[in-house]
Ligand binder design. Structure first.
Ligand SMILES: Nc1ncnc2c1ncn2[C@@H]1O[C@H](COP(=O)(O)OP(=O)(O)O)[C@@H](O)[C@H]1O
Ligand SMILES: [Mg+2]
Length: 623
């Protein structure tokens, strides 16, 4: 019946057990009424596939598998045959006797029929039983050429031919589709991969062909993941933090220079990334709210997964962290030395107040030219802090200018110009403060760390106002630096776990609103400057949707609320039928879809992520 040998290269029929045909194609409804407005209709249509019954099949078929059905497009010039690809969204068995059972019929008869059907399921009998599947087109054609080894994937929707045979893509094809281009780009050598994260850049395995104990790895393009932003969405306990630490670990091991700044309001990453944070080959810092002196203190103030709550081995890890000088704390400086830019904008303010007095403006022009000349001569930029030599110089210039142009002694300009030398004291005090502040880091020093060799900065601060202020200042300053220098590399990834804290919707006010706006700006503009963002959260309602729309890759776990799912479906164009499957996920199982970082553009795939706790377990037992 089938040309076995040829199909086997691309398709599987599970050892002759699968025979299915496309029985109906139902165009997707859209645009009518309220319900469809909030429902994402990414797919053109839904397909129904009927499969001859075999007792093993229910254990073998899985949601997420890809099916190919011949379509109406003619063969290509080279004779390539075209198939429409679709993703299985639901599989269920039906029984002729059971489905014909009427609720009205005599009750003992109902039970009789039900009981008799029980043994039917174990028989290979396609006369009374069948398996049905629904599938959603993924907007790709598969083209198989008669004289070429590898097939081709072509973007676009083609109408499948009803009644044609349905073919399930085999493991090799799935691996090829999702991984081939990434393996090439990352230069992965499959034979040399090991089990641990250090020797393997995979995020986990594709949740498919599991009954056959297949383990297809899943690789991702880290640069595109970072640069085009990503989101992680699942209810509490769904494995968000675990996945993030898994992803960050692989990014740090398997890219040469991507840096990470992690905003950790729940203080769980000093443990979740303890192996990385103590790794001598990866320079890193943990920045806490207050000075910490002992490992015991760290042990008590950081959060650990339940099974490690009382595990004393972590103490040894924290000792290492302290010994290596990798723990610091955040300090707001009391003495702030102005930058050259500050000087120029102060002068600009004076100009505004003196617009009706030309001789004041003359004085201002002289001072401004002196500042700009000094900066140019010494190769200084506006973001640099002034030093003593400059203050002495400009103090002289300014005093002379206001006297020369007869600026009134009572004016604001006069007092500004004649008091610049007071900055000498501020510079001295600031220097003293820095020397005394052992282990303390200001915003500027954190930025300097990022410009140095540090690759991971984990900011574990539970006070929400403090950490939000830091988010605002750090991201704003980083964007400004990059813009000024037209710099794109190294890429820096800013991670916001518990993102509902950082990107609330615009109903919020005060620091919440400012923080949300600033993160939105980072996501909007960062791509141009090599600054990426990641948001992880358990609820999508009440979030800044402008920020969410910037994400190009998403990991979706169980979201119990229908509203959250329909928001995901409409924001990210993921079919609701596929999204519904996430309700059955265990922690660590994800639906992954990406416009840019996976091998297939916007084709959702089910992923079983590697458990980050395995890495930690291995690390702790080595201590
Ligand atoms: N990939 C995984 N494999 C196995 N178990 C996992 C995985 N990810 C998470 N878990 C389990 O789920 C628990 C909760 O994970 P966590 O990352 O803290 O969830 P969230 O941050 O979403 O609240 C973990 O302690 C772990 O036991
Ligand atoms: Mg978490």
């Amino acid at each position: 019946m089938k040309r076995q040998g040829e199909d086997e290269r691309f398709f599987t029929d599970f050892g002759g057990r699968f025979h299915g045909r496309l029985s109906a194609v139902v165009p997707a409804r859209r645009g009518l009424g309220e319900a469809t407005q909030t429902t994402g209709t990414a797919a053109q249509c839904r397909c129904l596939i009927k499969v001859e019954y075999h007792p093993d099949l229910m254990g073998l078929l899985e949601e997420g598998m890809l099916v190919a059905v011949k379509n109406f497009k003619p063969r290509t010039r080279e004779g390539g045959e075209r198939y429409t690809l679709m993703e299985v969204s639901r599989v269920w068995p039906i029984h002729y006797g059971l489905s014909g059972l009427s609720d009205q019929s005599y009750y003992p008869m109902q039970f009789e029929i039900i009981q008799q059907s029980e043994s039917d399921w174990r028989r290979e009998d396609s006369s009374v039983m069948m398996i049905e599947m629904t599938a959603v087109p993924i907007n790709y054609d598969l083209i198989i050429y008669p004289d070429r080894e590898e097939p081709e994937f072509k973007k676009g929707f083609s109408y499948p031919i009803p009644a044609s045979e349905a073919h399930i893509l085999n493991e090799r094809m799935i691996h090829l589709m999702y991984n081939k281009s990434i393996i090439e780009k990352l230069g992965i050598r499959m034979k040399e991969l090991t089990e641990e994260a250090r020797g393997n850049p995979r995020l986990g395995v594709i949740k498919m062909f599991e009954a056959e104990e297949s383990r297809i790895p899943l690789f991702i393009d880290f640069e595109n993941l970072v640069r085009y932003h990503f989101g992680v969405f699942a209810f509490t306990g769904g494995g968000k933090s675990n996945l993030l630490s898994n992803i960050l670990r692989r990014i740090l091991y398997h890219t040469p220079d991507i840096k990470v700044v992690l905003f950790d309001i729940s203080c769980e990453y000093p443990f979740l990334l303890l192996d990385i944070l103590t790794d001598p080959s990866i320079p890193s810092k943990v920045i806490l709210e207050n000075r910490v002196e002992s490992a015991e203190q760290l042990f008590n103030t950081t959060v650990k997964p339940r099974r490690y709550e009382d595990d004393r081995r972590a103490l040894r890890g924290y000792e290492l962290l302290l010994e290596e000088g990798r723990v610091g704390f955040y300090t707001k400086p009391r003495y702030v030395v102005p930058t050259y830019g500050d000087f120029l904008s102060q002068l600009k303010a004076q100009r505004g107040q003196s617009s009706d007095r030309p001789h004041y403006l003359d004085a201002i022009n002289v001072i401004e030219r002196a500042i700009l000349g000094y900066m140019e001569e010494h190769g200084l930029t506006e973001d640099m802090r002034v030093d003593e030599a400059f203050v002495r110089y400009i103090d002289g210039v300014a005093t002379e200018a206001v006297n020369q142009f007869r600026v009134s002694e009572k004016s604001g300009l006069y007092s500004w110009a004649t008091t610049r030398s007071s900055l000498l004291e501020v510079i001295k005090m600031s220097r003293k403060e820095k020397a005394e502040r052992r282990g303390g880091y200001s915003v500027e020093q954190i930025l300097d760390l990022l410009e140095g060799e540090e690759r991971l900065i984990c900011i574990s601060i539970a006070d929400s106002v403090t950490i939000k202020e830091l988010v605002i200042q750090l991201t704003r300053a980083m964007l400004a630096r990059r813009k000024r220098r037209f710099q794109v590399k190294p890429y820096i990834l800013f991670v916001f776990d518990e993102a509902q804290e950082f990107i609330p919707d615009m109903q919020s006010s005060g620091v919440d609103r400012r923080c949300s706006k600033q993160v939105e700006t980072l996501l909007r503009q960062g791509r141009k400057y090599g600054l990426g963002g990641c948001v992880a959260t358990q609820r999508l309602a009440y979030l800044n949707t402008n920020a969410l729309q910037q994400l190009h890759t998403y990991f979706i776990g169980t979201l119990p609320r229908p509203y959250d799912r329909s928001l995901i479906s409409s924001t990210f164009m993921i079919d609701e039928g596929i999204l519904e499957r996430t309700l059955e996920f265990a922690p660590g199982e994800w639906l992954l879809s990406s416009f840019i970082a996976t091998g297939m553009e916007n084709v959702p795939i089910f992923l079983r992520a590697d458990n980050a706790e395995d890495e930690l377990e291995a690390f702790l037992s080595r201590l």
